[in-house]
Design a protein around this ligand. Structure first.
Ligand SMILES: [Cu+2]
Length: 152
């Protein structure tokens, strides 16, 4: 058994002796923003988000999953979250029309978002440069929004 454990331990990935060289990727500033919950403008909610794929590609479709909580960190399941992106310096938005997933809906048309997760499909950053990702929230605590600057 100890031999097997030793073999398994040896099979694990080894830590690189030197850190990888800085990537020349234009996405370098996007990925770290995707994990930490950020307070919305008025502080009513917190939003964390990730893109699929991550980091978001240039000139290809991607999706965003946002997790919405109240200021105390409890998931908000019955809000509406609209996600959009613009290039403020160019005065234009996306060329695609993103669709916000309605969530889980019952026969009466009432929808909810289990665990406070909201998904938007059909996003595309069609130009490199400065983008602003915007989340508009209509929830039980009121309306609020979050803007996140990104550079592609
Ligand atoms: Cu542009």
């Amino acid at each position: 058994m100890s031999v097997l454990l030793a073999l398994l331990a040896c099979a694990g990935p080894e830590a690189p002796a030197t850190p990888p060289a800085p990537s020349a990727s234009t996405h370098a500033e996007v990925a770290p923003l995707a994990t930490a919950p950020l307070p919305t403008s008025k502080g009513l909610y917190r939003i964390s988000w990730l893109t699929e794929p991550a980091p978001p590609p240039l000139s290809a479709l991607f999706e965003i999953e946002a997790t919405l909580t109240d200021a105390a960190g409890a998931p908000v399941t019955d809000a509406k979250v609209r996600i959009d992106a613009r290039m403020p310096q160019h005065g234009h938005g996306m060329a695609t029309k993103p669709e916000d997933d309605p969530g889980v809906c019952d026969a009466s048309g009432a929808c909810s978002h289990p665990d406070g997760r909201y998904r938007t499909r059909g996003m595309k950053f069609h130009m490199p440069g400065e983008w602003t990702l915007r989340f508009d929230v209509e929830g039980p605590g009121g309306t609020d929004h979050l803007e996140v600057p990104l550079r592609l």
